[in-house]
Ligand binder design. Structure first.
Ligand code: IYR
Length: 222
């Protein structure tokens, strides 16, 4: 006997080829406007919005549908202050020489340094955790393709943030372990990425980057 599986009909979106072209072009143009921001206003964002963003992220595909992630949403000022202090401590060491000279040279155009005021100013910090295994009644249950799954979910999160008219930064203070301590996460969770979410300041600027053209990022075999 097979295990019991249940399946339901898939409700396909019915678009004509022309509509698909129009929609894919419009979506590209829309997503191409998304930028990583470092200048956040303290204008509040409701918890309800953050909940919807997280639900979109959590709709991402994952290995064996284990959804091996936890999204910690922080608006508590005291916790944000602790996170900023700990992140800056690590970043001081990074910018002070733990990152290679080549790495630091690559970052010059972004104007980044060890100071991370946005970690206190942004109304929300979403800290993404990956779960290499689940703990079910104290028993370890394996997860699969955890990095890929959590990367996908984070990508979904970024698109949802953009769609809501908000901005984000994929921030990578390194090492990230302090987040596990500050947020008191269980031992099966490991920090993956720290994402401030909010509105940009009125005078926010972004570096003038150029995205690679299709020919540089795609190869077709027709
Ligand atoms: N983690 C540091 C350094 C940094 C690294 C990369 I790669 C970037 O694209 C940007 C910054 C920081 O967050 O400042």
């Amino acid at each position: 006997m097979h295990d019991q599986h249940t399946f339901s009909p898939y409700q396909a979106q019915a678009y004509t080829p022309q509509e698909s072209l129009q929609r894919s072009t419009a979506y590209y143009e829309y997503m191409n406007q998304r930028r990583s921001l470092r200048f956040f206003s303290d204008k509040p964002v409701s918890r309800e919005v953050i909940e919807q963003l997280i639900m979109t992220a959590s709709s991402a595909p994952s290995g064996a549908h284990k959804q091996p992630w936890t999204f910690c949403a922080v608006s508590d000022a005291e916790i944000k202050t602790q996170i900023r202090a700990a992140a800056e401590e690590e970043e001081k060491v990074n910018y002070g020489g733990r990152m290679s000279e080549e790495w630091r040279a690559d970052l010059k155009v972004f104007g980044t340094d060890w100071e991370k005021p946005f970690l206190e100013i942004a109304p929300w910090l979403i800290v993404v955790f990956r779960k290499n295994y689940d703990l079910v009644d104290g028993e370890k249950k394996k997860n699969y393709y955890v990095q890929e799954s959590v990367g996908l979910a984070t990508g979904f999160l970024l698109t949802a943030i953009h769609q809501a008219g908000l901005v984000s930064l994929t921030h990578t203070p390194s090492p990230l372990n302090f987040l596990q301590k500050i947020l008191n996460r269980p031992e099966n969770e490991r920090p993956f990425l720290l994402i401030p979410v909010g509105y940009p300041t009125d005078d926010a600027v972004v570096p003038d980057i150029v995205r690679k053209p299709l020919e540089e990022v795609a190869v077709f075999y027709q």
